[in-house]
Structures are given as C-alpha cells and as structure tokens.
Design a protein. Sequence first.
Length: 282
Amino acid sequence: MKKFNLGAKLASLFKFSKSLDESSYDELEDLLIEGDFGSKATFEISDLAREQKPKTKEELVAIARKIIEPKVQSADISPVPGKLNAFLVLGVNGVGKTTTIGKLASYYKNKGLKVVLAAGDTFRAAAIDQIAIHAQRTGARLVHQNPGSDPGAVIFDALSSAASQKEDIVLCDTAGRMHNKENLLKELIKIDKIIKTKVENDCYKKLLVVDATTGQNTISQAKIFSEAIGIDALILTKYDSSSKAGSLVQIGIPIAFVGTGESYSDIQPFDKEEFISSLLDF
Ligand SMILES: Nc1nc2c(ncn2[C@@H]2O[C@H](COP(=O)(O)OP(=O)(O)O)[C@@H](O)[C@H]2O)c(=O)[nH]1
Ligand SMILES: [Mg+2]
C-alpha cells in the first residue's frame, strides 16, 4: 500500500536545518498543494506554522493535525431498525458504485438485514448483469427492468415491493455517465423525489462514491452532485491503491465507508483516528 504520508513529508522539511526559514514555509505550501489539500487548508497550516515557528518535526506535524483534524469527519449511516431504508449510490462512471453495492449488500446481510438491490443503472445491459451477480452471490433480492428503462421506475418498484415485504434496506445503483451532465442530474433529481415519497427522511441516505486515487477531481464531482441533490456521506473506494488523501480534507463531506479491494469483505466503516494516523504519523 502506497499511502500518502504527509507526516514524513513535513518531517523532511527539517532535514538540512534545525529550524524552518521562509523558504521552508514555501516548500511546506508546495507540498500541501501537491498533496491536494487545497489552498484553504494549505494557508491555514502555513500561517499557523509561521506564527508558532515549530522547532521540531513533531511540533510541525501537530500544527498540521490541528488544522486537518476538524476538517475530516466520519458519518454513521446505519439503517434505522424496523423501517424501510434507502441508500442512493451516486458517482461518476468507474468509481466503484456497483462493486460497493455488492459489498454493502454482503455487509448488511451479515448483520441480519433483508437487503434489496435496485438495478438503477439501466444505461448498459452489462450493468444490470453485474448487479444481478452481486444479488445472487449475497442473497439480496434484485429488482430490475430491461436495459434502457426508466431508472426512477426501477427504484420505485424496488421501494414499493420492499415496503410491502417489510425488507430493511434498498441499495439503489445509478448510472454515472457524465457526457450528458444535464440529463444525468435531471434524472437524479427525479429519483431523489421518488425516494422521498417512499422513505422517511432519516432512513434515506445519498452516498457519493469517490475513487481515493483520483485527487483533485473528486472535489468537482462532490460539488456537482451536492448542488444537484445534496450528499449525506462519501464512500471511498480503491483505498488499497495509492491514495490522494488531501482532497478528502478539502471536500468537507463526512465519510461513511472505505473500500480497500474487490472482495465483499473489503469494506470498513471509516475510522477517522486511523485515517489521521496513517496521514500524519511518520
Ligand atoms: N482495488 C479496488 N478496486 C475497486 C474497488 N472498488 C471498485 N473497484 C474496481 O473498480 C472498477 C469499477 O467498479 P464498478 O463498481 O463497476 O464502478 P461503477 O461504474 O461506479 O459502478 C471495477 O474493476 C472494480 O473491481 C476497491 O475498493 N479497490
Ligand atoms: Mg456500475
């Protein structure tokens, strides 16, 4: 695992001298910008460092921690017991939405919940086949229609049947095509309205899946989806590959789960302490 370790980079600023000078602060800013922490966090850290003039690596890392820690939050998206819950799984093509739905199906089946998968990516036949395999392997019930059908109708059917069968959670897949952003967003707004008519407010979670290796692009993705329908939490995928952790600090949306591979067990609730340690401990 090639995790981005900010702590080690900060420590390296002390390599050739015992104290930081103006050029070290410039270097500090460069490495934070390169690490995708964004200008806001970068200048908050460098301003505080200029003010406090850290004498050791540990003091500098503590300054970074002070700024970064409050910007990273974990989200608890546990389904509400005894009610119908819906997760709307969003994100651009290829980030790992359908794979994550398979993992979440397995995760919640293991907790004894009745899980339904709604094949809301009707864009390609292969997308329906892919989610059908997850349903078969995890024992979740699948609701699907033909390729090209209305995703809102698929999700409506899934929620209606799940309500009448007293199932616990419907995981709704979506297409993430961005080549026609307007249509995609219009469709998502429609789906959002449908879910709101079927599921109580606190039982409905809009989850944006982001690829942890992507970096800066995740910020624009989060912005687009947040503006269209709002996002409750992020799910990070591909955290097993080299991670661009800095962008997560910038996004400001709490993180619910982290995906670390392609098998069903490769998903864990986001652990903020562990994340901060892997980012800053050196
Ligand atoms: N290494 C790794 N690969 C992942 C992870 N999640 C998804 N993938 C892979 O990413 C690719 C795209 O996943 P898919 O679920 O089809 O993305 P979607 O288009 O958003 O539905 C597939 O090859 C998945 O196996 C993860 O946590 N780690
Ligand atoms: Mg998919």
